[in-house]
Design a binder for this molecule. Structure first.
Ligand SMILES: Cc1cc2nc3c(=O)[nH]c(=O)nc-3n(C[C@H](O)[C@H](O)[C@H](O)COP(=O)(O)OP(=O)(O)OC[C@H]3O[C@@H](n4cnc5c(N)ncnc54)[C@H](O)[C@@H]3O)c2cc1C
Length: 566
């Protein structure tokens, strides 16, 4: 085992991690910064972001309006001080990305163009055709790699955080090329490891979004906040789940049931297809449950109709969507409707962090989708996530850079490192039981789809909890067939499943406890929002017997909870 030392170690090289690296160097170019990523940075899920990044860029729009849309979209569970800060910082990020070389789509007079998105009352999604994340990532990666002081550890897998006296001292990571574990000593660590959507079977997310950083933080005592709130996106392509951007509806696409009816008129008469995602996903699920969906070889589906937009507009504004629909759905949206249904798409919950991205552990920061600063509350608006990654990635980099200025490296905890080696190599890789990792993983995903999906019920969630706990027991008895060292994907799949099982458990426990319906969390047995009891954030703490829940009030600055209509 070798020891590496860096002032700041960033885990994750998606939008949040890369933005943090650039921001930290801009505060102090003497700092020594490492970015660890289990993937090549340009394979992070952020490159898949399609539709846009929200920011106020026109006089007719306003911070007040963006903040209000976000708070209402969040079903009032967002911390409003965080929302107000976010909307004010977002435009600066769009301009910075422009300077870093992001090829924003433009209006004829050369301004950065903006398109409408669900729940936003002004067209404020800045976009680069329908490959926004791809272009943002390339621009940011180019910027980050231009600094000598940022060292990239590509294809290194972080396994645990090292904490002494409630202060971060470093972490352990496996170099996937050699299969060896090494220790990183750091004065500050920023977690930017993305979401955990792969706990579900039908999802728009990459196979690698397994919530590792959330689980690592949880295991060292940081609470996971609001994990019951999982976003379901209305338009996952059938059968793969690959995303068809909400931008397709932003450009004028319709949703139709099998009777050819634009059914959104019954659910959100004003906003129709551009109501927030929780509202549209519930509407689709209701159409499916009440037998008005199409039926096909891969189950029921809803039709997304873009035909009336015409070939020219589809090619100009939605080229990726046309390509994806043809290649993965077997339909050309110029001539045919696209078969879609709701898919798990985003984690509103995550590592508890404050407006400065600080977690309760000194020197440990969290930014991007893995974090919960409580910007999105119970439901995120489309295009607010990439904007969050940029705004709060920058905050994390700035805060960590300021923090390390007066700090020195701490002694590494050798027993903890030895215990982690034992866990990873003896108990996971070395386990000689009879259970298959892919089989356990698929069981977990199916059960989360069946029992912790869009509509939830107490008895389903109780049964899901029992099953997740059973899977956790069975995990102790796995066998990783390949015992090789270099790029052992069976081994990393086992480590990821171990993390995901913790996150599935926290999601179900938090959902079971919340006896109300708010945003993306819809309880059929508790169909109403209950502000008296539940205008609070859930905090799930790790214990050996499973998560222990506590609650914390929501920060309200201007907007008192009111009925939410679209
Ligand atoms: C198909 C799709 C389209 C989307 N479209 C939009 C959109 O148009 N607008 C919008 O605002 N949002 C969109 N989103 C959501 C948004 O893209 C994501 O929430 C956001 O990009 C997450 O960025 P991140 O930096 O937090 O994490 P990610 O981009 O997921 O990056 C995670 C990083 O962590 C690293 N990592 C993870 N675990 C480990 C480990 N154990 N060790 C080392 N490294 C690790 C990975 O290698 C990766 O570099 C979309 C999401 C999807 C799936």
């Amino acid at each position: 085992m070798e020891k590496y030392s860096h002032d700041i170690v960033i885990v994750g090289a998606g939008l949040a991690g890369l933005r943090a690296a650039v921001a930290a160097v801009e505060v102090n170019d003497k700092l020594d910064i490492a970015v660890i990523s289990k993937l090549h940075p340009l394979r992070s899920h952020s490159v898949c972001a399609q539709g846009g990044t929200a920011a106020v860029m026109r006089d007719k729009d306003s911070f007040e309006l963006h903040a209000w849309d976000t708070v209402k979209g969040a079903d009032y569970l967002a911390d409003q001080d965080v929302v107000e800060f976010f909307v004010q910082r977002a435009p600066r990020e769009i301009v910075k990305m422009d300077h870093y070389g992001c090829p924003w789509s433009r209006t004829p007079d050369g301004k950065i163009d903006q398109r409408p998105f669900g729940g936003h009352s002004y067209p404020r999604a800045c976009f680069a055709a329908d490959m926004t994340g791809f272009h943002e990532m390339h621009a940011l990666y180019g910027k980050a790699t231009s600094y000598d002081k940022v060292k990239f550890y590509d294809e290194w897998f972080a396994t645990s955080l090292l904490v002494e006296n409630n202060t971060i001292v470093g972490l352990t990571a496996i170099d996937l090329k050699t299969g060896e574990m090494h220790a990183f000593q750091a004065k500050a660590v920023i977690i930017a490891t993305g979401g955990h959507e792969r706990i579900y079977e039908f999802t728009t997310f990459s196979h690698t979004t397994t919530g590792d950083g959330m689980a690592m933080a949880y295991r060292v005592g940081v609470p996971l906040e609001d994990m019951e709130f999982v976003q379901f996106h209305p338009t996952g392509l059938v059968p793969s789940g690959v995303l068809i951007t909400e931008g397709a509806r932003g450009e004028g696409g319709y949703l139709l049931n099998a009777n050819g009816e634009r059914f959104m008129k019954r659910y959100a008469p004003e906003k129709m297809e551009l109501a927030p995602r929780d509202v549209v996903s519930r509407a689709e699920q209701t159409e499916i449950l009440e037998g008005r969906a199409f039926t096909g070889p891969y189950g029921p589906y809803i039709a997304l109709d873009l035909r009336h937009l015409g070939e020219e507009k589809i090619n100009e504004r939605l080229p990726l969507i046309r390509d994806v629909a043809i290649k993965l759905g077997g339909v050309d949206p110029v001539k045919e409707v696209i078969p879609i249904r709701p898919a798990a798409h985003y984690s509103m919950g995550g590592i508890k962090a404050n407006i400065r991205t600080e977690t309760p552990i000194s020197g440990l920061y969290a930014a991007g989708e893995c974090s919960c600063l409580s910007l999105h509350g119970a439901n995120r608006l489309g295009t607010n996530s990439t904007a969050e990654c940029l705004v709060f990635g920058a905050v994390a980099g700035e805060e960590a850079a300021k923090y390390v200025a007066s700090k020195s490296f701490k002694e590494m905890p050798h027993e903890k490192i030895a215990a982690e080696e034992k866990r990873v190599f003896d108990e996971v890789l070395g386990s000689e039981g009879g259970e298959s990792v892919p089989a356990l993983r698929d069981e977990m995903r199916r059960l989360m789809n069946a029992k912790a999906w869009i509509y939830r019920k107490g008895d389903d969630l109780e049964s899901a909890l029992k099953e997740v706990r059973e899977l956790k027991k069975r995990f102790k008895n796995i066998k990783v067939e390949d015992k090789g060292k270099a790029f052992n994907t069976g081994f990393t799949a086992a480590l990821q499943l171990d993390f995901m099982l913790d996150l599935a458990e926290v999601t179900v426990v938090s959902a079971l406890a919340r006896t109300e319906s708010r945003g993306a969390h819809s309880r059929l047995d508790y169909p109403k929002r209950d502000d008296e009891k539940w205008l609070v954030h859930t905090l799930a703490y790790y214990t050996t017997d499973g998560p222990k829940l506590e609650y914390q009030p929501v920060t309200i600055t201007k907007w008192q909870p009111a009925a939410r209509k679209y």
